[in-house]
Design a protein around this ligand. Structure first.
Ligand SMILES: [Zn+2]
Length: 128
């Protein structure tokens, strides 16, 4: 069966979807698509376009993010960095709280010591 112009146009536009996808869309055999592609000099190498960076890549997009590996990794790095920032903040807040409690406790200790000395002095002055 001869290839019609619109089929060739479709093949040119969708070659990156791979031979099987094009064959299935056009209702042709994979072999027929491969022969036609080689005749018109079109590569059937699978290519994906990342919706985030717009780059064409030759490895499947991430099943999790739907992005190319670079975008996916960059995103998961940023998520990890954010989690790290949050945990550091929690630790710092905890440390500030403990330091404040220690300062307060020290004030009580010092004040109690001063009051004991004062009481001792007052009792001494009553004796004399
Ligand atoms: Zn990308």
């Amino acid at each position: 069966m001869r290839w019609r112009p619109w089929e060739i146009a479709y093949l040119e536009a969708h070659a990156g979807d791979g031979a099987e996808a094009v064959a299935s869309h056009l209702g042709r055999t994979v072999n027929s698509v491969q022969i036609q592609a080689s005749r018109i000099g079109v590569s059937l190498r699978r290519v994906w376009e990342c919706p985030r960076c717009g780059q064409k890549v030759y490895t499947p997009l991430s099943g999790v993010s739907g992005w190319c590996m670079r975008c996916h990794l960059a995103e998961s790095r940023d998520t990890a960095a954010e989690a790290n920032r949050r945990i550091r903040e929690k630790i710092a807040a905890e440390e500030r709280e403990i330091a404040a409690i220690k300062r307060e406790r020290q004030r009580y200790y010092s004040d109690t010591t001063r009051k004991r000395q004062k009481l001792k002095k007052l009792r001494k002055s009553r004796e004399s």
